[in-house]
Write a protein that binds this ligand. Structure first.
Ligand code: NAP
Length: 542
């Protein structure tokens, strides 16, 4: 008898186990339960929310419009919640996630403060044995990982972190308490979307702010009007329209590429479009200007220069321009952060921008941050806005073993491969959301993509059960074809030439591959639907 099998004696036997109680996990739990399955969701957190539970750092907010970052499967759920602004902050978003959990009566099936540490497929039973940090065991037919694509923070980056005499925070593990910045010397490492939100929020509160900048970042100003009853009524009246539109656009947002070939338009018209999209104050500039931005060096340069000039106009100081304005990659080939008076922060007398590009941070010392030239920046608080092991980290931090004992962590150390980002060859009945090689890994309004993925998974489970199929697994050829298709699209873009979490290059030793499918949300959906319609051609069903 295998170890796994003997362990099942003490395991709770249910049909499905969902990891995560965030946007995907909540809806997945709801769907599987409605199908009549016995199902539990497990989450390390003490409450629902996923990303919106963990990322409670100062200034955390949406950068998808609130009225599209929504569940659209239930009109009442959509309409019974009203947002206070176009891009609300984390506290409001967390309240909304709680509203969703309560409205759908999900809590009774969620185990909080419960971390999954391993999941082993037992070939004798054809089921998964899942174990938690506290030693609970679950014997399940379906293991559904909804652990998030940006949920494995890069926390231990610098030698000496433990020696720091002040307080050290990672933005994605921000404590649930009010942090008083008054009179404090604060260092922020990182100017991704997170760092920017933190910096622009705390700059006026702290005594001194030192921002450690390695790679400059294009930024796009956010227009964030408050919503009163009239605005709320107006967006709610668009429910059907949004439901029909969002799943089929390039990025799952309400806007899309509509202008025709970029180079065929006059220079004046192109400038008009850029200015219009810029003034829109959202991600439209990035996700709806033109697809050539991602492919064509000349177009990329034209648009990048437009953005650089906007940044120069605000920064003015040539030294700041040199530090903060990118010149060696194109606008949109990294994730574009939205900001609010962020660049102006650097004009404040209490804020200093420190380049660590040629002079890297070498360690954290008891007094603060030390750079290669030996300078020590004395600090009371260090804030790591250093990002995540994106897409794959949530899965590889669990000891997942598939058929013949293969280890996902070991396999993905060499090459990250999935089938539609929904399943993985060698791991039967393991379903994934927000995983690599799907748009939900980065290039999507998350709720649009996570609803589609969880619905695909629920339908797959329902369809196979109806046929008496116990196990489904993508065949090797199917997976190879999907990876080839994904890579073909990715390699035609400029994104693959860049360094960022999009390419996995922010994590040492992680294999380089564009994490997110770049064929568009609409096309991805169609491909998933074709698999369902073909009765899972290319998959092994038994
Ligand atoms: P990120 O984009 O990966 O940025 C990490 C930052 O830390 C980069 O500036 C990076 O510099 C810097 N860094 C990492 N290691 C460093 C080191 N050793 N020395 C100096 N700098 C270092 O992470 P993030 O800002 O947390 O954002 C991740 C994603 O989360 C975003 O792209 C977005 O998709 C999502 N997000 C969304 C929102 C929202 O508004 N909804 C808000 C925040 C985040 P390099 O670039 O040089 O590596």
């Amino acid at each position: 008898m295998s170890d796994a099998l003997s362990n099942t004696k003490t395991a709770t036997k249910i049909d499905a186990l969902v990891v995560g109680a965030g946007v995907a996990g909540l809806y997945q739990l709801y769907q599987l339960r409605n199908m009549g399955l016995t199902v539990k969701a497990l989450d390390t957190a003490s409450n629902v929310g996923g990303t919106w539970y963990w990322n409670r750092y100062p200034g955390a907010k949406f950068d998808s419009e609130a009225y599209i970052y929504q569940y659209l499967f239930d009109e009442a759920l959509y309409k019974n919640w009203s947002w206070s602004s176009r891009f609300p902050g984390q506290p409001e978003i967390e309240r909304w996630m709680n509203y969703v959990a309560d409205s759908l009566d999900l809590r009774k099936d969620i185990l909080f403060k419960t971390t999954v540490i391993s999941a082993h497929f037992d070939e004798t039973t054809q089921r998964w044995l899942v174990e938690t940090l506290a030693g609970q065991r679950f014997d399940v037919q379906y293991f559904v990982a909804c652990g998030g694509m940006l949920s494995a923070p890069l926390e231990n980056l610098f030698p000496g972190q433990d020696s720091f005499k002040g307080r050290l925070f990672h933005t994605a593990r921000w404590p649930n308490e009010v942090i008083d910045f008054k009179g404090k010397r604060v260092g922020v490492i990182g100017i991704g979307a997170t760092g920017i939100q933190v910096i622009q929020t705390i700059a006026s509160e702290v005594d001194q702010l030192k921002v450690f900048i390695r790679t400059p970042q294009y930024v796009n100003p956010m227009a964030n009007p408050s919503y009163g009853p009239a605005e709320v009524d107006a967006y709610k009246a668009r429910f059907e329209e949004l439901k029909a539109t969002l799943p089929h656009t390039f990025s799952g947002f309400e806007y899309d590429f509509v202008h025709g070939p970029w180079k065929k338009m006059s220079v004046e018209r192109r400038q008009e479009i850029l200015e219009e999209n810029w003034q829109h104050g959202a991600l439209k500039m990035w996700l709806a200007t033109c697809p050539e931005m991602f492919m064509d060096e000349e177009v990329s340069e034209e648009i990048s220069e437009f953005v650089r000039q906007k940044m120069r106009d605000r920064l003015k100081d040539p030294h700041l321009c040199e530090l903060l304005i990118p010149t060696d990659y194109g606008f949109g080939t990294h994730r574009v952060p939205l900001e609010h008076h962020y660049l102006e922060v650097y004009h404040r007398p209490n804020v200093e921008a420190i380049s660590v590009r040629g002079n890297p941070i070498t360690e954290i010392v008891p007094e603060g941050i030390k750079t290669a030239d030996g300078t020590v920046y004395a600090l009371d608080y260090v804030i790591l806005a250093t990002g995540f092991d994106a897409g794959s980290g949530a899965l590889t931090r669990i000891d997942i073993r598939g058929r013949e004992g293969r280890s996902l962590k070991e396999e993905w150390r060499k090459d990250i491969r999935t089938s539609l980002g929904l399943m993985i060859h060698g791991y039967p009945n393991l379903f994934t959301t927000g995983a690599p090689l799907a748009p939900s890994a980065a290039l999507c309004n998350m709720t649009t993509c996570l609803q589609q993925q969880t619905e695909w998974i629920a339908e797959c489970i329902s369809n196979t059960r109806a046929k008496g199929v116990k196990v489904i697994e993508p065949g090797e050829t199917f997976q190879n074809d999907w990876v080839e298709h994904h890579d073909g699209l990715a390699n035609a873009t400029l994104v693959v030439k860049t360094h960022s979490w999009y390419m996995g290059s922010n994590v040492e030793g992680k294999p380089r591959r564009l994490l997110s499918y770049i064929g568009g949300v609409g096309q991805y959906r169609q491909k998933c639907s074709e698999v369902t319609a073909s009765n899972y051609a290319g998959f092994v069903l038994r």
